[in-house]
Design a protein around this ligand. Structure first.
Ligand code: LUZ
Ligand code: MOS
Length: 767
């Protein structure tokens, strides 16, 4: 196991390092897929997609379209050289529809043309006839009809049925949470170039280069070694490119491979919104039981996940919902059941939090509902039931190093929650048509892929003969700053300056069999692989330095590019040592490997220790609702977040701020709307509203809870990608509380997002 102890403790992390990409981002020099200069003969691809959500294809005629000037060839499922299959977990999704379509936007044909206009023109000349079949968009309806994407799952702790008999208070309810469009700034796309020996090189905007490689090889019917995938960076992923980048990559690769010409497939925004899946909506039932002292004794939840038309990652997302169904709380008796329901929507997929937020929303709604019925603040129930060291999660893992209460107590003390509440009460007494609401939102998120086998990574470190260093890992830079962290890890491990290190593109020929950059685990997994590689190089260099000093027992260390022998600076610096080692034919490269220790999970018993550790935090959210208009503003979000010992506070702060705003968007304003025919109505930025600079909280403070526990985080710097999103759930309850202050008899249900429309209805409804 790699421990921090092998790293020079005096080489401080470069905490002011920030993000290595920032200068290029802000000057427009950063390269995305569509910026790669096209080679001579490049073909442009356009996709002909289904215009109904479910039906048989009776006939399809593209002879006229194929004759359009500039069109080179039109490809159907019959042209797929290998398997017409892109399903990752379950093989249930064709690359191109064959005889049936299952969602509106499903790809049917690929038009390859000399230019984009010709391809667009050709699309208009394709004639298709369908025999419509019944369309299901609602997960409960799908469940009732037995349409499931994967077997249902159940987590059990204690005996909830028995425990309810001991409860003084029992409450039941229903919740709905909607989908969320990823809206990465860079749309989906890929650029493929045929290479020698019947191979292809693909530049893909993907979080999962290996997933793209595997899927492309399957579609082409070739070995994975014939497909090279290269990723410089993404203009955002958020989970939308964990699995769903493979489609366009496989299409571009297939055309390039068959036609022996470069081919590019980059979606326009409306194509992307229409053809790709989103965060899974959930429709859920809860039952919560408390004793006289507000201890939660029992909890039951049933989750109906809207998976869309193919499994994609939904079975794994379903599992993470169960893992997070009790959020930050210890509940001794839990029965949680989850169904992945098959509907005629684009296959829904990973989205920051990966089912965790959906599970947390339900327990928070249950607690909120119980509190309202009891006439107390939800915070009383929340604080009382936070997990402690030794608490058991429903999946059997025992809580260690719980920061749940610390984060809660610190944020409520720092921002003086009593005073905040008093101010809000005073404001609400003085204002008839403006009401403020407050909520507290604790978060406890498990770090590791829930599929244990995925928790591994590799890195390739080359020290060049001039002392400069190139690092390749399996990590994909998608704006989250992982490249900066990898550079910092290597700098710290080798004892050299960050500007000596370049982070290379993520490439399947340099680093193979990677897990996607996902699950908040990328910096941990790949960073530890970088550490492993650097330690190997250090060991060789140290042995070499001892041959120079002539004493095997010398203590050798490299700090700030100076060689220290027995704690004294020597005459050697990094560059000289590297040059001399090179002349002595010492291996200056290393491949590092890391596989998370300790974790395991038994899917039959639904028990184990799936997470390396948990990340905690608590948010206070304050909003003001305009009770005439139904609009609202976020006054403040105050957070204490468990960052461990952050190696890059500015990157981590950026992740927190972005995650919080994205979570608020999901919970309050972003409304994915499909009509009953399965047509996406919120299909552009004119109809789908995401947070902008005017709608973000006026105050957004994130305070890191600095802890120094031994954990499995890289250099103790805890994972930060997904956990902050769930603070945004607090905005839902803050708005809801304001509505109920204005109208205590409102019939407002637990139906997220709480859009201005729903707020207005809630303000003037009666139950
Ligand atoms: N992807 C995945 C994820 O395959 N497994 C996970 O557990 C996960 N968690 C969060 C985000 N993506
Ligand atoms: Mo993600 S939801 O970590 O791709």
């Amino acid at each position: 196991m790699i421990t921090d102890k092998k790293i020079s403790s005096t080489t401080k992390p470069a905490t002011s390092f920030g993000n290595v990409d920032t200068p290029n981002h802000v000057t427009g020099k950063s390269v995305y897929v569509d910026d790669i200069p096209g080679m001579e003969g490049m073909l442009f691809l356009k996709i002909f997609d289904a215009t109904i959500a479910h039906g048989k294809i009776k006939s399809i005629d593209y002879t006229e379209a194929a004759q359009e000037e500039g069109v080179v060839k039109i490809f159907s499922y019959k042209d797929v050289p290998g398997e017409n299959q892109i399903g990752g977990i379950i093989p249930d999704e064709p690359l191109l529809a064959d005889t049936e379509v299952h969602f509106m936007g499903q790809p049917i044909l690929i038009v390859a043309a000399e230019n984009e206009d010709a391809a667009e023109e050709a699309l208009k000349k394709i004639k298709i006839e369908y025999e419509p079949l019944p369309v299901i968009t609602n997960p409960r309806e799908a469940f009732a009809k037995g349409k499931l994407l994967s077997p249902s799952r159940k987590f059990v702790l204690g005996n909830s049925e028995e425990a309810f008999k001991q409860c003084k208070y029992i409450f039941e309810g229903i919740t709905e949470s909607n989908g969320q469009e990823h809206l990465y700034l860079e749309t989906q796309g890929a650029y493929a170039v045929p290479t020698e020996h019947n191979s292809v090189k693909v530049y893909s905007s993907t979080q999962g280069p290996t997933a793209v490689q595997r899927t492309t090889a399957r579609v082409l019917g070739v070995g994975m070694n014939q497909v090279e995938v290269d990723v410089t960076r993404l203009g955002g992923g958020f989970g939308g490119k964990e699995d769903q980048a493979s489609t366009w990559a496989a299409m571009a690769a297939m055309v390039a491979w068959i036609m022996k010409r470069p081919a590019k497939c980059v979606l326009h925004r409306m194509e992307d919104m229409r053809m790709t899946g989103k965060r899974n909506p959930y429709s859920s039932d809860f039952k919560i039981g408390l004793d006289a002292h507000y201890n939660i004794l029992a909890y039951e939840a049933t989750f109906h996940q809207n998976g869309g038309a193919a499994a994609d990652l939904s079975p794994a997302i379903l599992e993470r919902t169960l893992f997070h169904c009790t959020n930050s709380y210890f509940i001794p008796n839990v029965t949680a059941t989850a169904h992945s329901c098959k509907t005629n929507l684009p296959p829904n997929t990973a989205f920051r939090g990966f089912g965790g937020p959906q599970g947390m929303f339900v327990i928070e709604a249950a607690i909120d509902y119980a509190a309202k019925q009891l006439g107390i603040e939800a915070a009383i129930i929340q604080r009382k039931n936070l997990v402690k060291d030794g608490s058991e999660f429903p999946y059997g893992q025992i809580v260690e190093n719980s920061e749940a209460a610390k984060c809660w107590d610190e944020v409520t003390a720092k921002y003086d929650i009593k005073k905040l509440r008093a101010e809000i009460d005073a404001f609400n007494r003085q204002n008839k048509f403006f009401k403020k609401g407050l909520s507290l939102m604790p978060v406890c998120f498990g770090i590791s892929f829930t599929n244990t086998m995925m928790n591994n990574a590799r890195a390739l470190v080359h020290v060049y003969s001039d002392g400069s260093v190139g690092v390749s890992t399996g990590a994909v830079e998608m704006g989250q700053g992982v490249n900066s962290k990898m550079i910092q890890v290597a700098a710290r491990a080798l004892g050299i300056h960050v500007d000596k290190i370049k982070l290379e593109s993520t490439n399947t020929s340099r680093v193979a069999n990677t897990s996607p950059s996902a699950a908040s685990a990328t910096a941990d997994l790949n960073g530890k692989a970088v550490l492993d590689a650097c330690i190997q190089i250090n060991e060789r260099l140290h042995a070499f330095i001892k041959t120079l000093s002539g004493n095997k027992n010398d203590k050798v260390e490299i700090k700030d590019e100076i060689v220290y022998i027995n704690n004294q600076p020597s005459e050697y610096n990094w560059k000289q040592i590297i040059q001399q080692a090179f002349f002595k034919r010492i291996n200056l490269s290393a491949k590092g490997h890391y596989a998370t220790p300790v974790i395991h999970y038994d899917k039959i018993k639904e028990k184990g220790h799936p997470f390396a550790y948990h990340v905690y935090g608590t948010a206070i959210t304050i909003v003001t609702v305009d009770c005439l208009r139904g609009t609202y503003e976020l006054d403040a979000v105050h957070v204490v977040h468990d960052a461990g010992l952050s190696i890059n506070p500015s990157v981590d702060l950026g992740q927190c701020e972005g995650g919080i705003v994205q979570g608020i968007g999901w919970m309050t304003m972003e409304e994915v709307v499909y009509n009953e025919n399965g047509k996406l109505l919120s299909n552009a930025l004119s109809t789908y509203k995401i947070p902008d600079i005017y709608s973000v909280p006026k105050q957004l403070d994130v305070q890191f809870l600095e802890t120094n526990n031994d954990n499995l985080a890289v250099l103790k710097s805890k994972a930060v990608g997904e956990p902050p999103l769930m603070y945004g759930i607090g905005a839902y309850f803050a708005v809801r509380n304001a509505v109920l202050t204005f109208n205590p008899t409102s019939s407002i249900t637990y139906n997220a997002p709480i859009t201005p429309e729903k707020v207005l209805m809630g303000l003037y409804s009666k139950s």
